[in-house]
Design a protein around this ligand. Structure first.
Ligand SMILES: Nc1ncnc2c1ncn2[C@@H]1O[C@H](COP(=O)(O)OP(=O)(O)OP(=O)(O)O)[C@@H](O)[C@H]1O
Length: 462
């Protein structure tokens, strides 16, 4: 049954847009299959109705194809939502009231849906047992972050507090903070640890506000031993949440309780964030997680395939890793597609099969990036006019973005230095060379510059 669902959802991923897939199919859980009846659970009534009306036929067809027999598919509400209700009404000890428990109908946090083992301690902590240091592949891009994570997991509250990870989407920030949580939970089974996505924290603040439940809210968060908070950029512009978080932060740090934060950008770049919070975020250790380099992408593919019981040849792993460069989540998605394709067609995984399975993805990756596109993207990013890319003006707020655009033109297109110079208002090739060297040097020395360039590269590669 699990095998069926893995294969079917990978097939649906091929057929749907990424948004449709992650909104409707990803949250579903295949519960059981017996006597030609398959039960699939959706996390809430809204999703249930939509999936029934839009995808029931396709899922049924896939099931019939898989079992080579008629299958009746029943869509039901996720039984864990019902199972949670008694907990929600049971009076919890005063020091363990979770804001989420006050609101039984609250949607589960997106990242928490499926993988949480059922022990009450895990339920409370929301730590995903699958995301460990063991399953985390290390390379140049994340070795510093991993070393800091291990240090903090070994000495929570003592070494770096807060520990702040930043990096682009799908690079392993969430994985790493769960890994810390898992290790501390194993070392100190009594510790009160809580993982929370920043969006959920915002919702909890709103609920506490509506129910005048701030005392419980404060008590809960201020008495934790470790708080792991993911994607804190979601606090941007939400002043009440920031205020509450500020108090929690101060209380926990003063009591030497560990706080670990992730964000898609470094503290100073988070928009709409109170300065006093920004300075506190930066007061422990701030570490970047970079996009994985080629060897690491290969290692990730080999490891993930192995955990699916499949051996990928090095050729295939290199081929995929060379073409998909942006993040680990994308690699995982590609691998799922390849496995599904080869299972459905009963064919071994060769480079030709990979090309077929990843047709859409590869065509997007190979899309030509033009110098004009780079100029426009960089100008938008730095809020200057595109015309300034060709102009002779030289104030620093224009000169630097222009140099960055020249650097990206050299990195991402096949154009020669003189051709690039021409496209930047008829500049000499030595000017372009100077810009390329300058930005490459800054990138080496300055993690913030490096991060900025990654964001631009990811935007340009779509
Ligand atoms: N170094 C790694 N080794 C193994 N798996 C990884 C690694 N980095 C990321 N992953 C996997 O890639 C997927 C995306 O990672 P994760 O959710 O941690 O990214 P993120 O940086 O938190 O992204 P976002 O900002 O979008 O939340 C997860 O399934 C995670 O397990």
């Amino acid at each position: 049954m699990e095998n069926f669902w893995q294969t079917a959802s990978a097939q649906l991923e091929l057929e749907l847009t990424p948004q449709q897939y992650s909104a409707w199919i990803k949250p579903l859980v295949a519960l059981d299959y017996e006597d030609g009846k398959l039960r699939i659970a959706a996390p809430n009534r809204f999703k249930l109705d939509w999936v029934k009306s839009q995808f029931a036929n396709r899922i049924t067809a896939l099931a019939c194809q898989y079992w080579e027999a008629p299958v009746e598919v029943q869509f039901v509400l996720d039984p864990r939502l019902n199972a949670k209700k008694p907990d929600a009404v049971r009076p919890a000890p005063a020091n363990q009231v979770e804001p989420g428990q006050l609101r039984p109908s609250a949607p589960a946090e997106p990242q928490q849906n499926l993988n949480i083992a059922n022990s009450p301690k895990r339920e409370q902590s929301r730590i995903n047992p699958d995301l460990t240091f063991d399953s985390f592949v290390t390379g140049k891009a994340n070795q510093l972050a991993r070393a800091a994570a291990i240090q903090v997991a070994n000495n929570p509250g003592v070494s770096y507090n807060p520990l702040f990870f930043y990096g682009g989407v799908g690079l392993g920030k969430t994985h790493l903070i769960h890994a810390i949580g898992n290790q501390v939970m194993a070392d100190q089974p009594g510790a009160r640890i809580r993982y929370i996505h920043a969006e959920q924290y915002v919702r909890d603040v709103v609920t506490a506000y509506q129910r005048k439940g701030f005392d419980d809210f404060k008590h809960y968060y201020h008495s934790l031993d470790m708080l792991l908070i993911d994607d804190i950029q979601f606090f941007g512009g939400k002043s009440r949440t920031q205020e509450e978080f500020f108090y929690a932060f101060e209380a926990l740090i003063a009591a030497k309780k560990q706080i670990i934060i992730t964000s898609d950008t470094y503290p100073k770049e988070i928009t709409g964030m109170d300065d006093r919070l920004i300075s506190r975020f930066d007061s422990g250790l701030t570490v970047a997680i970079e996009p994985p380099e080629l060897e690491m992408r290969v290692a990730i593919l080999l490891k993930k395939a192995q955990s699916e019981g499949v051996t990928l040849s090095d050729d295939v792993a290199f081929f995929v890793a060379k073409h998909l460069r942006s993040n680990v989540r994308e690699l995982e998605g590609a691998l799922r597609k390849i496995l599904a394709y080869s299972r459905f067609h009963g064919k071994d995984i060769t480079i030709d099969i990979v090309k077929e399975a990843l047709k859409d993805l590869l065509s997007v990756q190979n899309r030509q990036i033009s110098v004009e596109n780079i100029q426009k993207t960089v100008a938008d990013f730095f809020n200057i006019k595109v015309a300034d890319m060709y102009s002779k003006r030289r104030p620093a707020n224009i000169a630097r973005p222009r140099q960055i655009a020249m650097y990206l033109a050299k990195e991402l297109t096949q154009k020669s230095l003189p051709e690039i110079g021409e496209l930047f208002g008829g500049r000499d090739h030595t000017t372009v060379l100077h810009a390329v060297r300058k930005i490459a040097g800054d990138r080496q020395k300055n993690p913030e510059c490096n991060h900025e360039l990654h964001v631009l590269e990811q935007t340009l590669k779509g």
